[in-house]
Design a protein around this ligand. Structure first.
Ligand code: DC
Length: 228
């Protein structure tokens, strides 16, 4: 854990709930750091592929999780992700890496290897942490915990739109199936499953615009005196 105590807002939820977009916006408005923990699991999956590890090599993936060199962009390059100095921003966003991330994320040794790495992001003036177990496991002391959901149909539609904008082909029915598979695996795993923290504020973003969700989170933070 970082020696300096920084305030923390956690935003957890299933894939396609909009937590990436919301977390980024809240971090920007607050002027705080951002942790995209899903990117770390995606990087482990990518590194495993590049090292030609067997898909079930738990120890090998855990070693990579602990040793890989990762850098996240800041400022205008905020979305940039570097693995061993190489830009892998696009590579980790594929459905394949999403599925791979969900697979390696079920292994306790990999989660353990990433734990301190994630906690090191808690630096002043504050941190917005986006993931599945930010409020339950990684930052149980967080000042504000949000659990963001949306209906599975809405989440598949959002993902479809995202992939289409990036020029990747995808079918809505295949995406719906993949999202359901990923939800089931992320929610049912033995270690750090996707569940809301007992003290999390639930926000269902189905039918809500991005701005409305951001405003709700900002208002919750204001009530806790996290920002003005
Ligand atoms: O948020 P994302 O789609 O980038 O996450 C990819 C996968 O990583 C997700 O299916 C589950 C896993 N993950 C996790 O287990 N714990 C986290 N804190 C973040 C992601």
């Amino acid at each position: 854990m970082s020696a300096v105590r920084a305030p923390i807002v956690t935003i957890d939820g299933p894939s396609g709930s909009g937590k990436g977009t919301i977390s980024r916006a809240v971090a920007r408005i607050a002027g705080w750091h951002l942790l995209d923990s899903g990117a770390l699991y995606r990087l482990v999956a990518l590194a495993g592929l590049e090292h030609k590890l067997e898909l079930d090599d738990v120890a090998g993936h855990a070693r990579l999780a602990a040793a890989m060199s990762v850098r996240f962009g800041t400022g205008p390059d905020a979305e940039q992700v570097l693995l061993e100095g190489r830009d892998v921003t696009g590579a980790i966003r594929s459905e394949e890496m999403g599925q791979g991330a969900s697979r390696v994320a079920a292994w306790p040794a990999v989660r353990q290897a990433l734990l301190e790495r994630q906690r090191a992001f808690a630096e002043p003036p504050g941190l917005v942490a986006d993931g599945r177990d930010m409020g339950t496991v990684v930052f149980p002391q967080a000042q504000l915990k949000i659990f963001l959901t949306a209906s599975p149909e809405e989440r598949a539609r959002r993902r479809y739109k995202q992939l289409k904008e990036k020029g990747s082909g995808a079918s809505l029915s295949a995406l719906s199936r993949e999202i359901a598979e990923r939800d089931a695996r992320d929610s049912s795993r033995a270690v750090a499953p996707l569940v809301p923290a007992a003290d999390a504020a639930l926000i269902d973003s189905t039918g809500l615009g991005i701005e409305a969700v951001i405003e709700r989170v900002i208002e919750l933070g204001r009530r806790r005196a996290l920002w003005a």
